[in-house]
Write a protein that binds this ligand. Structure first.
Ligand code: ZN
Length: 135
């Protein structure tokens, strides 16, 4: 009976950790999506502004600083969120006693995160398709 209770509590622990991990990861992924969407809007505005200034023959880069800084901040946040996902996975492995090497098979690592801009590139990319950073 004792070992039955023990294995039941192990199963419950595993179940709880998986649920917790899933919910937390989804929260983070939603936040990453929000940040990416924000950046898309800023990129769009940046492009419009650039065109407007081009028509005015005005090439002062300071017109774009605000946009560029905001993109940079969002990209930094995106990188941090990806790191949080990795940490959650590592934490889960530690609690469940799974070797961390197995993380290579998780869905998360299917994409390459650009260190320069935070964009999620597919694994086969040799360069970041957003900023051209070499992997
Ligand atoms: Zn990039």
């Amino acid at each position: 009976m004792k070992s039955f209770k023990g294995s039941l509590s192990k199963i419950l622990t595993k179940f709880n950790i998986n649920i917790f991990n899933f919910i937390e990861k989804n929260k983070i992924k939603t936040y990453i999506k929000t940040l990416n969407n924000k950046n898309e809007v800023i990129y769009n505005e940046l492009g419009k502004k650039l065109y407007e200034k081009y028509l005015q023959d005005d090439y002062d880069i300071s017109h774009f600083y605000e946009y560029l800084e905001n993109i940079k901040i969002n990209n930094q946040l995106i990188i941090e969120q990806h790191q949080k996902i990795i940490n959650l996975e590592l934490e889960k492995c530690e609690i469940l006693g799974i070797p961390a090497e197995k993380l290579g098979n998780t869905q998360y690592t299917k994409n390459k995160i650009c260190k320069n801009c935070g964009f999620e590139n597919s694994l086969e990319n040799k360069f970041c398709i957003r900023c051209g950073n070499k992997f």
